[in-house]
Design a protein around this ligand. Sequence first.
Ligand code: ADP
Length: 496
Amino acid sequence: MKILFATSEATPLIKTGGLADVSGSLPRTLRHQGDDVRLVLPAYPAVLKKVSQTEILTELQVPGHSGPVRILFAQVPGLQLPLYLVDAPGLFDREGNPYVDADGHDYPDNAQRFAAFCHAIVALALGHADRWRPDVVHCNDWQTGLVPALLSQEWQRPATVFTIHNLAYLGQFDRATFDALQLPAALWSPAGLEFHDNFAFIKGGIAFADMVTTVSPNYAREICQPQLGYGLDGLLRHRGDRLVGILNGIDGDVWNPATDPNLPAHFDANDLTGKAACKSALLQAFGLPERPGGLLFSHIGRLVSQKGADMIVAILPSLMAATETQLVILGSGDPKLETFLRSAAARYPDRVAVRIGYDEPLAHLIEAGSDVFLMPSRFEPCGLNQLYSLRYGTVPVVHRTGGLADTVADASSRALFEETATGFVFDHPDADGLWWATNRAIELHRRPAVWWEKLVRTCMRQDFDWRISAERYRALYRFALDQPAPTPIPEIISQP
Ligand code: ADP
């Protein structure tokens, strides 16, 4: 099968979150399994720096943007995937985060930037940019949401799949922007892109794709309910027979404690000795002293309300009342949360350390060197850090939501005894809920070491390799090809 995988970020080229991990590893796994997968990304400077050779395939004029939009074919050493880049002077040639400026504000022209990206993807999808023409276009998140909508207007088109990595980001803009983008007038309807007098890029994917997926089965159910549906739960329920949850995998080449080049020592489920050396290196990196019998907690993530770092700060007094505990945090995001975390760390200089920033090698060392990973996300489409934690024998403490509920089995007495437990799960996303689960981790750690070791080994035995989920995507692509979705019916879709 020929698959064009369209995304606004992909490791190792550019990354702000889990979308990049998925976009780096799913296409590569599919390709190893024999499919002809190609990637298309915006030509950010960070990406162009990694490219060894480019060839201009075509130059387009797209509606809503006055400058040229070029489609390049690029070679990246070691990427193992053919890569198309969309290069539009003035749109993507900005350093740093692809979506926000240095102060963390969305770029004011994001609609123009990603609409141009979508038009270029459509040109590739229809074979207007290269002789290669895909059978399936797999779009990801709002930045590519217009593609299924625009392709639905074509007589002969490839099948379309749209994956929701996080429904909280809709790509919502006003009517004036819709007009400025010169989008087809027919798309301005409740059955199309219109969304409460504005319009949302993500609706183009959800309403028009042949298949809609999200990144865990539980999140697929949750987004069909008002609480996590962001006003799109009616549409998602309507598309229920085309909506599937497929769990993300992890890239075993990048996240493997037995081979990870970011670690000072290696380990696996049979021999955990290297984990102690990683813990020492981690404490040293954060300037914390070693505590005999200590239990080291950690957290990595974007500092936004979704991820619940504020709940971690709220339980700090209780966590610090247990004498053996320490905590390290790595993250960046909301400046208020950053300040809040820094001042919390200053209160417990020997026990708590915070690193504000984005640091990939340090993220690997944290996963390897800590004992317990705190992930109190208020909602979590899939979550990757709990999967990395399991792989690295770092026991996750998670809120029972989205993919966290699908991937972590609570350490009840029975599950511990039967060796099926893989973490501590709580139901109420507040400080009491998080502390209840965290305290159970502390108490288990105080029991004879054999119990903790058993739990760690069960965590490490879990298999979240991409090859399993890649098979599911392949079956879904086939279904989308064999049974294209009918054009949406306005009256039905607009009903709540
Ligand atoms: P999301 O996509 O919502 O940010 P995920 O758990 O799905 O959350 O994926 C987050 C990814 O980003 C993980 O690979 C995680 O290690 C990484 N990450 C997040 N923040 C940082 C940071 N400050 N430094 C290094 N890696 C980070």
